[in-house]
Design a protein around this ligand. Sequence first.
Ligand code: NAP
Ligand code: ZN
Length: 335
Amino acid sequence: MSEIHGLAVYAAGAQLLAFKYDPGELKPNEVEVKISHCGVCHSDVHLIDNDWGISKYPFIPGHEIVGSVTAIGSDVKDRTLGERVGIGWQSDSCGVCEWCRQGEEHLCPQAQPTCIGRNGGYADRIRVNSKFAIPVPKVLDSENVAPLLCGGITVYSPLRNHGVRPASRVGVIGIGGLGHMGLQFAKAFGAEVTAFSTSKDKEAEAKSLGAHHFINTRDTGALKKVAGSFDFLLSTVSADQDWQGYINALRPKGTMCVVGAAPSPIQIQAFSLISQQRAISGSPTGSPRDLHEMLDVAARHGVKAITERFAMAKANEAVTKVKKNQVRYRAVLTN
Ligand code: NAP
Ligand code: ZN
């Protein structure tokens, strides 16, 4: 098999540069995928900058991948040559632990992220365990569906797992890559939806995506005005927030779920949780089963990412724009 060519980071915060690697023999449970599109998730930016202290250089970022299957390992029975598939945050798991047996492979202690300790999707090809190459419904366009493979599942899973329904009052905090898909899924679940944003100019678009209300969080006192209003708050922000203000914005029995990787510990007054029976939780991406379901829901309810397209060779431009919060709403690299 020939070498895989991509763009790698060689040191924390550095520019992406040409990189190639020899993938060796195709393993019996693997598929090889020729990449057509790859979204630029903010987690790629955290990894590029070593914000989490776990990056090992050089590595090729990218974990919102769409492409077609070009090779199949000898044991693979679930995928076919030429099939269009999507690959998200996870590329492998042990397959035998309690969580894998329950179809919750994303909780496997040996879960392998697509671009940590292995090379991701800012490349021409990739190999993964075939279970993690998810068929993409025909009606979904490759460019608009790529961001669903990480960003989409990350907002879909908590809405589903926390039982959001038409009676729910939901707030989505941060209307970026994840948040703009969160608004669409919350609408699909039938909830009354509020967008919390620092960007006033996102109001009209947030409303067209499903928000009934828009709160500019730069307005002092904005959070106080909505105290006791929400059943479910989903934070997609990668910065520290007025967490106590958001907890206070929950109704009794309400939950705030954090999916954005804020840097500092979250401090909350215990009594504000106790007296109103409120909760705080976190959520990762999702299992292959969840990804199948999420893509099916997206296809049936018209959920898609609003994208800004960049040629793969312009990946550095895309990353810079994500860092400046200038992308509306997800950068997607194309080969
Ligand atoms: P993104 O496209 O950059 O969007 C983040 C949004 O947060 C921005 O568009 C902005 O929205 C808001 N924001 C940014 N800086 C802010 C600040 N200082 N104060 C308040 N709001 C701010 O990022 P993303 O790709 O959606 O990812 C968001 C976070 O989720 C990242 O930390 C990423 O690593 C994490 N993530 C987690 C998982 C998981 O499994 N849990 C999966 C994927 C991503 P407004 O302009 O509307 O304010
Ligand atoms: Zn991601």
